[in-house]
Design a protein around this ligand. Structure first.
Ligand SMILES: [Zn+2]
Ligand SMILES: [Zn+2]
Length: 319
């Protein structure tokens, strides 16, 4: 199974402004301290070894969209603004014989999780088949509504692909090709759903975003722990630092890095990907939170280590 992150930002797409990029370049120049490089490759490897990711790169700013590549047909979690780039990439892969069937799994239908669909080019491919799976029975209404004339110039019915909707039930197991999946209802405004995917090799990836876990009520989270149990990767809503959650953002429908680590430890998961980054956080803020998360994981570990990674637009993980 390969997991590709096409969009990792929460709530609102963001882009790095000129002054931020300029600061990164200044930091890189200062760190290089007059070094001369013969080739691009030489410069690239110095950069990889010597600069923080927040200087040399960026976490990106497209909203939620994650591909689970585990079979002949496309499996995609959420349709945030990252979906546009996935669509273009998928068209190129279809040109070299990939099946033109797309299975979407929607966590919920808040705007940041569906805003990419009107820009999803395969939607205009008459040979494409699109199945939109959701725990919400009103997913079709939400997708049609965002393309009504008052909001968008291209109506949903102009799309040429064969599009269907399927409402899924928590507790059931479903199969797409050789992938088994199930879902769990989560705490969020108008509800959200987490998905657990298991491929033919037994590798498990969990996609759980826009989900609020109560900081002081871990015993009430037994169903979540069971859902995360022994996963090779858990992609988790870690929008806020714990301090933010406790100080002012309780009941906002999101969770912290600390809570996600506690849940993954309980569940003996192997890897956690921090996800749905707060749009006001800079690259440095997110990197600091990632470092604090690694430190917290080490301090609270009670059995096998949990690897904490920080997702970014363009990250690809092999399970
Ligand atoms: Zn969201
Ligand atoms: Zn939401």
């Amino acid at each position: 199974m390969i997991v590709r992150f096409w969009g990792t930002r929460g709530s609102l797409p963001v882009a790095q402004k000129a002054d931020v990029v300029r600061d990164k370049v200044i930091s890189a120049l200062m760190a290089s301290n007059g070094l001369a490089f013969e080739t691009d490759d030489e410069a690239a490897s110095w950069l990889d070894e010597n600069l923080d990711f927040s200087i040399a790169g960026t976490y990106g700013g497209a909203t939620s969209c994650v591909e689970i590549d585990a079979g002949d047909e496309f499996i995609v979690c959420d349709m945030g603004s990252g979906l546009r780039e996935f669509g273009l990439n998928a068209m190129a892969r279809c040109a070299s014989a990939h099946a033109r069937t797309y299975h979407f799994f929607l966590s919920h239908v808040h705007w940041d999780h569906i805003m990419g669909f009107p820009f999803f080019v395969p939607g205009f491919d008459p040979g494409a088949k699109i199945v939109i799976h959701a725990g919400h029975a009103d997913a079709e209404e939400a997708l049609r509504r965002q393309q009504e004339e008052i909001s968008f110039p291209v109506p949903f019915d102009w799309l040429k692909a064969d599009i269907s909707f399927r409402t899924l039930l928590p507790g059931e197991t479903y199969r797409i090709g050789s992938v088994d999946l199930s879902l769990i209802e989560q705490q969020h405004s108008h509800s959200s759903y987490g998905y657990r995917f298991q491929d033919a090799d037994g590798k498990v990836a969990v996609y759980s975003t826009d989900s609020e876990h109560k900081v002081n009520r871990m015993e009430g989270e037994a169903d979540v722990v069971a859902f995360f149990r022994d996963a090779d990767l858990v992609i988790c809503d870690t929008m806020y630092s714990l301090a933010d959650t406790v100080a002012m953002k309780e009941d906002w429908g999101h969770s912290s890095n600390i809570t996600a680590i506690d849940l993954c430890h309980e569940a003996a998961a192997r890897r956690l990907a921090l996800f749905h980054h707060e749009p006001t956080y800079s690259d440095r803020d997110i990197e600091r939170m990632h470092r604090e998360s690694i430190r917290y994981e080490e301090l609270t570990r009670f059995s096998e280590p949990l690897e904490v990674i920080c997702s970014y637009d363009g990250l690809e993980l092999k399970l």
